[in-house]
Design a protein around this ligand. Structure first.
Ligand code: EPZ
Length: 419
């Protein structure tokens, strides 16, 4: 298994380009199952989760033609597609559940594996199932699979999500595109990745309109041949912004509309970072002394994303004073804490609140990655640690950060991948 060796502390200088968003690409790729016509998706990130989704589409019968740089995929669906999403593919990536909505909507039939639990939380899919049931999907759970059928086309209806869910909103929007009549989804997630999905679907002829957390979808007969470029990855951009703030960096971040990380930029300015933005660039200078923030709380968009919680915790460890971080989306997303403590962090966990001492002098150590964002937090901590850190199980990072070691090397981080 590959690991990273990082020798810190490192100076961060230069520029970095943000890749396409993993969490926008996944629902867009799943939605291509709705099409009879070819679809071209551009700006895909070259990360393992995208390969998993493309393999899932292939297993269902889609022909996937990748460009040389693997950032563009042309997807052509067969006349007779399969509707079986196997456990072996779904278990490696929970986002695979996003094929259920399009399969049931287009083919009125599907056998899709239940994703199972995950280190960061139980992550059930009950809201996906309840919403699709309201649209006309009948299902039973058997041997770890969702056996689903519908009696012809799905039918538009009103769905009020009991809790905001990114995946359940996406699955329902995709499914409702070809349903008969009008669907009104209330209490939707409104993450930029979901808006990217609806921009893509509207470009292909879907009829989707937003008003706050309400999404109105008028079903259409079919979607048209289309080409679409996926938005930039706001979590990757946020991670680089934290890196620059943490390491007294001087960084230019290219290829991203700064407005989609407005909340994060505001928070980083509060801790002392100097930030200038243009239409598609961020210039960020880290402060000499990082100010602590009393209370940070993760929240659905436009709040502080849970996917940036671990990285912000590293920042608060280095801040001059006490702080606290409340994780309000997932029940077990503090896996990085024990590893940060191995570097010298003083963090106390009580329920879903982490109290952080601040003024930490990190000393390099051997570390273990647990999930994607926890892993990148360990990379950030190693960058500002004294001495060598070895980060094991970096396959988690390869799931969602494109060529992270190349990007980090280019901006001054002493990082090596050991095979
Ligand atoms: C998406 O996961 C992202 N994944 C996650 O990114 C991200 O952390 C999360 O949204 C929150 O922003 C993708 O986009 C592929 P949810 P998702 O449904 O859709 C509970 C990363 O690191 N819930 O909004 O699974 C759930 O357990 C990943 O890139 C139910 O109870 O998140 C959680 O507590 C990790 N029942 C909360 O809702 C359901 O049916 C929000 O989950 C669905 C969700």
């Amino acid at each position: 298994m590959d690991k990273f060796l990082i020798t810190g502390p490192c100076k961060i200088r230069g520029s970095v380009s943000i890749s396409g968003s993993k969490n926008a690409s996944l629902p867009i790729l799943a939605a291509t199952l709705l099409f009879d016509q070819p679809v071209i998706i551009k700006n895909l990130p070259r990360v393992r989760d995208i390969n998993t989704m493309l393999n899932l589409l292939k297993s269902l019968g889609s022909k996937v033609i990748l460009s040389k740089d693997r950032k563009t995929a042309k997807i052509v669906n067969k006349k007779n597609m399969k509707t079986f999403a196997s456990y072996s593919l779904v278990k490696t990536m929970r986002g695979s559940i996003l094929v259920l909505g399009p399969l049931i909507s287009k083919y009125n039939n599907s056998k899709t594996s239940l994703p199972g639990g995950c280190l960061i939380g139980a992550r059930p899919v009950n809201y996906h199932l309840e919403a699709l049931k309201k649209l006309g999907m009948n299902y039973e759970l058997k041997d770890g699979y969702i056996l689903a059928k519908s009696n012809g086309k799905l039918k538009g209806t009103i769905i009020n999500f009991p809790k905001i869910s990114v995946g359940a909103t996406e699955n329902s929007i995709i499914a409702a595109c070809l349903a008969k009549g009008r669907t009104i989804l209330k209490n939707c997630a409104i993450e930029p990745e979901i808006k990217d999905l609806t921009n893509f679907l509207n470009k292909a002829g879907a009829k989707i309109r937003w008003s706050g957390r309400i999404c109105k979808i008028t079903g259409v007969e079919c979607l048209n041949k289309t080409e679409y470029s996926v938005m930039a990855d706001r979590i990757e951009a946020g991670t680089f912004c934290v890196a620059a703030t943490l390491a007294k960096g001087n960084l230019q971040i290219n290829n991203l509309n700064p407005r989609i990380i407005g909340t994060e930029i505001k928070l980083l300015k509060k801790v002392g970072a100097k930030i200038k933005t243009t239409e598609n660039k961020i210039l960020i200078k880290g402060p000499e002394k990082i100010k602590s923030i009393k209370s940070i709380k993760t929240k659905e968009f436009p709040g502080i994303p849970t996917d940036l919680q671990a990285q912000l915790m590293v920042l608060m460890c280095k801040a001059a004073g006490k702080s606290s971080i409340t994780e309000s989306i997932f029940e077990n997303r503090f896996m990085h804490v024990a590893e940060l403590q191995r570097l010298g962090a003083k963090i106390n966990i009580k329920n879903n609140i982490a109290s952080i001492e601040g003024n930490t002098k990190f000393i390099g150590a051997e570390l273990m990655s647990s999930d994607l964002r926890a892993s990148v937090a360990l990379v950030l901590a190693a960058i500002v640690s004294n001495g060598k850190s070895y980060i094991n199980r970096i396959y988690h990072l390869d799931r969602g950060y494109e060529k992270i070691e190349n990007k980090l090397k280019k901006i001054g981080v002493k990082i090596k991948r050991l095979k």
